[in-house]
Design a binder for this molecule. Sequence first.
Ligand code: ANZ
Length: 927
Amino acid sequence: MEYNHKSLEKKWQKFWAAHHTFKSSDSHDKPKYYVLDMFPYPSGAGLHVGHPLGYIASDIFSRYKRSKGFNVLHPMGYDSFGLPAEQYAIQTGQHPAITTEANINRYREQMDNIGFSYDWSREIRTSEPEYYKWTQWIFMQLFNSWYNNESDKAESIQTLVAKFESTGSAGIKAVSDEDVSTFTAAEWLSFDEEAQQRELLKYRIAYLRESTVNWCAALGTVLANDEVINGLSERGGYPVEQKKMMQWSMRITAYADRLLRGLQDVDWPEPLVEMQRNWIGKSVGASVKFPVPQLNTNIEVFTTRVDTIFGVSFVVLAPEHELVSALTTEGQLSDIQSYIDKTSKKSELDRMADTKTVSGAFTGSYAKHPITGEEVQIWIADYVLASYGTGAVMAVPSGDQRDYVFAKHFGLPIVPISDSQQIEDEADANKNGKYINSGFINGMTYEEAVPALIAKLEELNLGKAKINFRMRDAIFGRQRYWGEPVPVYFKNGLPYLIKEEELPLLLPEVDKYLPTESGEPPLGRAEGWKYEDRYEYELSTMPGWAGSSWYWFRYMDPKNQGAFASPEAIDYWKSVDLYIGGSEHATGHLLYSRFWNKFLKDLGYHQEEEPFKKLINQGMIQGRSNFVYRVLDADGRGTNQFVSYGLKGQYTTNALHVDVNIVVNDVLHLDKFKASRPDYADAEFILENGKYICGSEVEKMSKSKFNVVNPDDIIDTYGADTLRMYEMFLGPLEQAKPWNTNGIEGVYKFLRKVWRLFHDGAGNFAVSPDEPTKAEFKALHKIIKKVEEDIDRFSFNTSVSAFMICVNELTDLKTNKRAILEQLLVVLQPYAPHITEELWSLLGNEAGTISYAAYPTFNPEYLVESEFAYPVSVNGKMKMNLPLALDLDAKAVEEIVLANEDVQKVLDGKAVKKLIFVKGKIINIVI
Ligand code: ANZ
């Protein structure tokens, strides 16, 4: 029988499904291992060959861990709320649930074709009520909690209420809004219910606040910064404006320091860790107040260079700063107003990106330098961001390049930080030198100056040490339909949670998936949708990241009705041991899920500070596009002639993408090309050597470039085992690499060779019970060792080539010994699960599956060489190599060496004084 991937792969996929082969055990007698893939958003386009790369790697790892005796949790599900299904719903009126279901079915079919060993009994879908019930439940916990800086964790809001009741607001160390009130216990108790709720909202981890958002009217929603490009929406290219709105937010900033610290305990790619560090953006510095006597207030700035304070020559506020209108004098009003108008059109991202334009306006007012008391001008400029630090800076042209350029442009004074400083061009402070003639820090080093200045500012009550984070609280809401409803209703404008037993709050039906005529989100269309028939529900839905911020817990116990997962399940599975996914989630998903993980830990639901111990980013598989070259006529118009790649230099041509699926090894299938488009039907070809050779280029894999390869097509031709091994063979998992089918035949050939080891020349299954030879054992144990080492360091591509070498060796040795072949199958099983199952059953393991067969134990003895080619020297000069058994003793060696003909020739009858022998190293004859 020949290797027939089609019938045997389907057979085993059915077997696994029918026998629930990969169901993780609920009994906890084995050690556990949790392998997680980033679950997909099921889009309409289905999977292309780039998508399964990480899934194949994690599947190999899972199968390997099973064979190593672990109880493996390897689940899959769908992040199934989101914009594309909703956009489609808007265009077609089709309910997003229907589109989503169809897409999921397609994904599932494609994944099944690849032979993944998922425990499908644990599948989850974030858009299913039984799942989002718990997303809503977690939201409720976040609403019901505050962050206590004293215990450095989230606590129930009741502990805060208890403090207010006993001691008022005094001594509370909380992460909160800026504008919290001060009150005594008696005052708190005298507040009415509404006043109390209003105050508590300033502390809740899920809270409402007014924030400036990127509002896209055409899409009817708020967009994240990275969804806005040059003032237009990434999706659709619609205008985006800055608008103030009441928004649900998450106090992720409370966790900034823990999110930073936790990065030391995870095994993640360094670039990813660095991106998170930058995103969190911890800056150690000081807050300094510049008094403005006429308004009886201060301008507070944040600086990381308090040592430059004697170089401050003006102060700059963000145009949105709350003091701007009060500070603007009559004479400067129009300047300031027109500047504010101009910058309000720019997004924060644009403002940060633009380092060239120098612009700003003078308010007409002055502040006092906190130490020297000198007057400094107060300006506004959009290089100062409202959302960072305090939204104001002390400008030091002699220390900061931006301030320098600004001062030069507007003719503002440039004051040296110290007399020793030469300011010519791109100025810099004499950071590690001494401050000479610089106020009272005269003669100090940087290390001495900073604490001295902070002490001075504290004494003046005009400043203190401050740590600032770049990270902002996360907006938690979208004005869209296809998302989790927020389990909140409003009474007198204040938010209240619905009751826990009322969960899930189901997504109501609407007539259209568009905002209402009065601009409310689509949920505003739901008829009669009121809490207790009276109160308005929250009309925005949760953002895309809600459902994915805790999903790994649900897989531990997916059917639980009474909890997001049972304490027993959490206690056993703990956290994810290996997480594989794309680097595009570096700062979104991976920060939010770490945040929710820490929060749930604070509430006592589990013990793990970090959810994902080890993380790998699989590299992108790029497309390999093919081109045909249309010959142009004298007027530059396209003809119906197409010239082959090697001859195109002789013509004027226009390169056109051609569907890679009608090209094999860069040779175009002419008939398929003609049939592909009506205007190609009468195409003529200028061939080279009878073939049309296409050009090629590596680009992003995308429909528009006609370079999308569907895994189903590859599987149809070569089988899933070939696809799996080939994807791994393409190169190191983490690297980006182009998809190129030119080498796929080699992998397919390899699997046929494996098949042939088990079959005789006539194609009959034939293995021998004989004892293997040393050489056969050696080939086997080399691969046992190599694959184990490779998988342990996630080097999957190197295993594939090692398998090829091994099978070539065994073919050369004409191996058909059961003792060798059986173990080879177990080692190969994670990579090529179908063919190995089939051969395993042919070996007589009829009832079972190879999936749990124990990984063979490596025996180093088989790799120990029994012979060694000794270099033989005469008087220290190397003369020849002599292969000798390694277990010979010195006396036996001497006899053999001296009796050797070649040795005798060299000695030429001379008497041997001594023979030096070092086992496994050298033989030296002294004459
Ligand atoms: C005076 C100074 C002198 C500064 C000097 C720097 C160099 P990081 O490290 O990013 O935290 N800054 C503060 N708030 C700002 C805002 N809202 N928008 C724009 N810039 C702001 O940088 C902190 C520094 O960035 C602060 O230290 C402040 O300028 C500026 F030689 O203060 B510095």
